[in-house]
Design a protein around this ligand. Structure first.
Ligand SMILES: Cc1cc2nc3c(=O)[nH]c(=O)nc-3n(C[C@H](O)[C@H](O)[C@H](O)COP(=O)(O)OP(=O)(O)OC[C@H]3O[C@@H](n4cnc5c(N)ncnc54)[C@H](O)[C@@H]3O)c2cc1C
Length: 504
């Protein structure tokens, strides 16, 4: 049997797996369909002269142990921590809310809304951090059945995982803009509104992997997400991994339920003793292996996985930083949540359920040039506005809905940052359907499967298959966001797959 490991996909998880395996002396080949590496964590010049992150660009959840083990700093990674975690600009009678990594500083600002929320804030962060600390170890190793017992005897943790986020927050806070800011941290790239059960889970996940006692600070790589994926590729390459782009895997070769390599779309066969797939679970099993080779029950469960692409990213080149109402420059460095209260998000989710665009899209905005000016040419700034809770299958199709969405996003932005429309020099817009057609994200799902409790831990991607455990095909591991522990720039699915493979 070949000693080679074939890794499908050169997103950050595929690169983490490649770098770890190559350092352990395995022969590794990464096969990436696109012309560049990085997957959903790509930085591209979609506006000439501007380095635009098309997907996630917050490294706050990326494992520090991987940075050390893979010597990513030596390979070019430079981290910049944002002074602010999140903010909601002022609107109408409501003042701006700014969430800082220091609980006391946030509480001081909340005092303007009344003493109750200011007093509650440090206690809330401490409680969130306690729940997150209990969860973190479970996310950093294969989902073991023994851990299930640990969760079941932690009722407060279970409640946080299963209850509606709005209800959980309502027990602590009166200020609606504050609740909106926390919902804006938790609910990007899901179809669930804050009144849906299970929406506490993504907040907990985000905090468990991102220094919860400081509310998961925003950390960026200099040069955009490509600063991370470039360092990962350099680390993997230095250890001997072969990284091939433009290599579309058409089939995983399976013989008597054992993976023996892959076949590319141009017919080339690559033999391998093991295969790690970071393509989505649907693509891995239903497209690259095929339902006839799998148990019908497993196939039905795979078909039931919810992907639900819900996000569109608008990149704007501005001739100056926008002036969001009530926010000073340091507050512009974190996530800027453009929702007045959780109902804005709930209404968007309601519209999306029926295939409609929200009347008033809620957005998460970022100003990458506030932290890293060279991402845009001198005299320009980048504003990335991501609308979430959009319908993947939109009424009338995206050809007509796309321009309408653009107009609604710009109208909303103007309300939050008066004058911003006049500062726009160039723009680029990526729609939910583009993430499927350009990045092979099934159904446009940016986490390769929605991050809800029914698709997490032992249930990710389905009750049968979890990271680190044998799949129905021997010698095959899942290593992308679609498996345990899930989405975001954590490197954990790739790491878990590599470690499990090495353990045999
Ligand atoms: C706009 C946007 C906003 C986001 N916001 C957040 C957020 O707020 N919080 C959060 O946690 N996460 C967020 N994410 C999600 C996060 O970026 C992803 O979960 C993460 O990047 C997934 O990494 P990955 O390596 O598992 O998969 P990917 O980056 O998708 O990499 C998989 C790679 O496999 C390749 N591939 C697939 N099939 C084949 C094939 N047959 N042959 C060869 N190659 C193949 C693909 O081309 C791709 O490059 C966001 C993403 C986007 C796009």
């Amino acid at each position: 049997m070949s000693d080679r490991v074939a890794i499908i996909g050169g997103g950050h998880n595929g690169l983490v797996a490649a770098a770890l395996l190559a350092r352990s002396g395995r022969e590794v080949v990464v096969l990436e369909a696109r012309g560049d590496l990085g997957g959903l964590a790509s930085t591209r010049e979609v506006i000439p002269g501007h380095r635009v992150d098309l997907g996630h660009h917050d490294l706050g959840m990326f494992r520090r142990s991987l940075i050390d083990e893979l010597e990513l700093v030596r390979h070019g990674l430079e981290l910049i921590e944002a002074p602010a975690v999140a903010s909601v600009p002022a609107v109408g009678d409501s003042g701006a809310v700014v969430l800082w990594p220091e609980p006391g500083r946030t509480a001081d600002g909340l005092a303007a809304f009344g003493s109750r929320d200011a007093a509650a804030w440090p206690r809330f962060v401490a409680e969130l951090a306690a729940r997150a600390a209990a969860l973190e170890p479970l996310l950093c190793r294969p989902a073991e059945l023994a851990d299930m017992g640990r969760l079941l005897i932690a009722p407060e943790l279970l409640r946080f995982m299963s209850a509606p986020l709005e209800e959980l927050l309502g027990e602590w806070f009166e200020t609606r803009a504050l609740a909106a800011g926390l919902c804006g941290l938790a609910l990007p790239a899901t179809a669930l509104g804050p009144r849906a059960n299970g929406t506490g889970w993504p907040l907990l996940y985000h905090c468990a992997l991102g220094a919860a006692e400081r509310l998961a600070p925003v950390v960026r790589a200099r040069g955009g997400a490509a600063g991370l994926t470039g360092a990962l590729a350099a680390s993997a390459g230095a250890s001997g991994a072969v990284l091939r782009t433009g290599a579309v895997v058409a089939r995983i070769l399976v013989n008597e339920r054992r993976a023996g390599g892959v076949q590319l779309a141009d017919g080339e066969r690559i033999e391998a003793g093991a295969v790690i797939s970071t393509a989505t679970p649907a693509a891995t099993f239903l497209d690259l292996i095929g339902a006839p080779q799998l148990e019908p029950r497993f196939v039905r469960r795979l078909q039931a996985v919810k992907y639900r692409g819900t996000s569109a990213r608008l990149a704007l080149s501005l001739d100056d930083l926008p002036r969001f109402r009530g926010l000073e420059r340091p507050a512009l460095t974190g996530r800027i949540v453009l929702a007045r209260d959780p109902d804005d998000i709930e209404r968007a989710a309601d519209a999306a359920k029926y295939g409609r665009l929200p009347e008033r899209p809620w957005m998460e905005a970022a100003l990458p040039t506030a932290l890293d000016p060279p991402l845009a040419p001198a005299g320009r700034h980048l504003l990335l506005a991501t609308a979430h809770h959009l319908p993947f299958h939109v009424e009338g199709g995206w050809a007509s809905a796309g321009p309408e969405l653009l107009d609604r996003m710009l109208t909303e932005l103007e309300g939050w940052a008066p004058g911003v429309r006049g500062r726009i020099r160039e723009h680029a817009l990526l729609l939910p359907a583009d993430y499927e057609s350009q990045y092979r994200a099934t159904g446009g799902g940016l986490h390769h499967g929605e991050m809800n409790p029914g698709q997490s831990l032992w249930l990710r991607p389905t009750a049968r298959a979890w990271a680190g455990e044998p799949l129905p095909v021997e010698g095959l591991w899942l290593g992308g966001a679609g498996c345990h522990p899930g989405g975001g720039l954590t490197g954990l699915p790739g790491r878990t797959a590599a470690v499990s493979l090495l353990r045999g």
